[in-house]
Design a protein around this ligand. Structure first.
Ligand code: ADP
Length: 553
């Protein structure tokens, strides 16, 4: 927009009416200008028209820099005569506080030079002299207290300062400052909108906006990928094009309900899986959220949709695997149970008859026979122990656990009575902290303590075994431990010991079946806890386990 000084304004720089008109012209330009450049140009033209000075120019501060730079906006009369001055201006930097413009930028106050050639600090004095410029004045463009730019004007004669003009210029500087401020704010908004629009455009999620009639008004690249429609094809169509037939009515109702409700954004599909429909007719599961926005009198709904086909597939595969694993575990347990249970009966028969043979015929056949019968009795006894342990192991998994308050201290005392002969034989001592009452299955927890304390006593070195049962409260759980001064376990083998039948020693060194710790692990896990150990050869072992400090589900 251009603003001519009204024809009735006399071009006198000191006429109060003319000054007022100038102020009005600039105020209107400040309100209406779309760009800073436009406002600057109007202002330069109006001031030059009023004063009759041939040269006007604007500097602006660039971004966050302190320095001023020519804004490229000029008023130049004289048909090219002042071009060399323009060129000199555009290559001369403006040091803050120096020269006419630098002083204005530094102080924030208008300044006047009656003749720039006499002003020793004027940096473009030679260029001004060459084209015959003499008087100059400059004033700041202000935003709040800050000078964000400077306007400068030059005459081709010496002119003494005109205070009235300078006063008005100070006000003009503030008016132009408003334009700078407003356009900078608009620029910031535009940049953030562009950035946002950029994010939406490239988002891998589908972003689909519809108007009140549910007509699609925005369809980003993600939506094109997921739904298979191009934005050009789909914009203007109704949203139901993207929904499987059976969800259309319900969806319309839901969006209407959401539109009327107070919430401005929510996740969709709280009442069931959301589905989308691709162009090729394929229905896919989706995660979606919806938001509403009132924009210039119309309401827009925006849905962000993520195709979760792959995730669903992976979840289903995982669930299938877990189910298969559960089934094969159950089958294995069933097998172990049946096998060990059914083996017990014939084994009992073999055991009783070999024992009978041993009792009746020891010393009555020859020495070899005695030895063979001894082996048979030994083997049968071992097999019975194995089968009993296997049965115990499979029972831990099969039985429902009965959860009740279990006083671990009382339980330990009973376990120690049971282990009494073994402890005594090894010359061992077992001590304990005050132990808590926990929620669990008394039978299983008793077995757990018995196996751990039994091992602590059994796997001793040269020193008589010392074992300690400790307890401390953790975060929502009890942390228990059974520590011993025994032979310890090499970290290399520590994973193995939890596996059924895995043993690290020969039967001659330490008798056992290798099932105890597998049972312990199962019991702790069935109670919702964890079990692990801390041990090194020759340094003893500490078996830690946790039990939730609440009723297990
Ligand atoms: P078992 O005691 O019948 O051999 P477990 O399952 O209880 O079977 O233990 C497996 C193996 O772990 C043992 O054979 C032994 O090598 C090792 N082990 C268990 N407890 C201890 C312990 N307190 N100190 C050293 N080694 C241990």
């Amino acid at each position: 927009m251009t603003a001519e000084l009204p024809p009735d304004a006399a071009p006198s720089a000191t006429d109060p009416v003319a000054l007022l008109r100038l102020l009005q012209t600039v105020a209107v330009a400040a309100n209406e200008a779309d760009t800073v450049e436009e406002a600057l140009r109007t202002c330069l033209d109006a001031v030059c028209a009023l004063t009759g000075w041939p040269v006007g120019h604007a500097y602006l501060r660039q971004g966050d820099a302190d320095d001023l730079a020519p804004a490229g906006v000029w008023h130049l009369d004289g048909g090219g005569r002042f071009e060399p001055f323009r060129a000199a201006t555009e290559r001369t930097p403006v040091p803050l506080g120096q020269g006419l413009v630098g002083r204005v930028a530094g102080s924030g106050e208008p300044a006047w030079a009656e003749d720039v050639r006499a002003d020793g600090t004027f940096l473009r004095a030679a260029a001004a002299a060459d084209v015959g410029l003499r008087a100059g004045f400059a004033f700041p463009i202000r935003v709040a207290r800050e000078a964000v730019g400077v306007l400068e004007f030059y005459a081709d004669r010496a002119v003494p300062p005109e205070p009235a003009l300078l006063d008005v210029m100070a006000q003009i500087g503030t008016q132009v400052g408003r334009v700078v401020e407003r356009t900078r704010a608009q620029e910031a908004v535009r940049r953030s909108e562009e950035k946002f629009a950029g994010i939406v455009a490239v988002s891998a999620d589908a972003v689909v906006s519809v108007d009140e009639e549910q007509r699609i008004v925005l369809f980003n690249q993600g939506a094109e990928q997921i739904f298979g429609w191009t934005a050009d094809e789909i914009i203007g169509q109704r949203l139901e094009t993207l929904l499987p037939q059976r969800f259309r009515a319900g969806h319309e109702r839901q969006v209407r309900g959401f539109g009327e409700g107070p919430v401005t954004a929510r996740r969709m599909g709280e009442r069931g899986q959301v589905h989308g429909l691709r162009k090729n007719g394929e229905v896919f599961p989706a995660d979606a959220s919806i938001s509403k926005l009132d924009l210039g009198g119309t309401r827009l709904y925006t849905a962000v949709v993520r195709d979760v086909t792959e995730r669903r597939r992976a979840e289903e595969a995982l669930a299938r695997q877990a189910e298969e694993l559960g089934r094969s575990n159950a089958e294995l347990e069933q097998f172990a149970y049946v096998a060990s249970h059914d083996l017990q009966e014939p084994l009992r028969m073999v055991a009783s008859y070999t024992q009978l043979l041993a009792r009746r015929y020891r010393g009555r056949l020859d020495d070899d026979a005695d030895e063979f019968i001894g082996y048979a009795v030994d083997g049968v006894t071992r097999m019975q122990a194995l089968i009993n342990d296997l049965l115990a192991y499979s029972r831990v998994g099969r039985r429902e656990i009965t959860v009740e308050p279990v006083d671990l201290e009382a339980l330990l005392v009973r376990v120690l009575v049971h282990l009494g002969p073994a402890i005594e034989e090894a010359g061992g001592t077992v001590t304990h902290d005050a132990l808590p009452t926990v929620q669990g299955d008394a039978g299983q927890l008793g077995q757990l303590l018995q196996n751990l304390v039994g091992n602590a006593v059994k796997f001793h070195g040269d020193d008589p075994p010392r074992a300690h049962v400790g307890a401390e409260r953790g975060d929502g759980e009890w942390r228990l431990r059974v520590a011993d001064n025994g032979i310890g376990i090499d970290p290399e083998f520590q994973d193995r010991i939890w596996v059924i039948f895995q043993r690290l020693h020969s039967r001659a060194e330490h008798p056992g079946t290798g099932i105890g710790l597998a049972i312990c692990k199962k019991i702790v896990e069935r109670h919702g806890g964890r079990i692990w150990l801390d041990s090194a050869p020759g340094r003893g072992s500490t078996f830690h386990f946790t039990l939730p400090d609440r009723k297990p589900a």
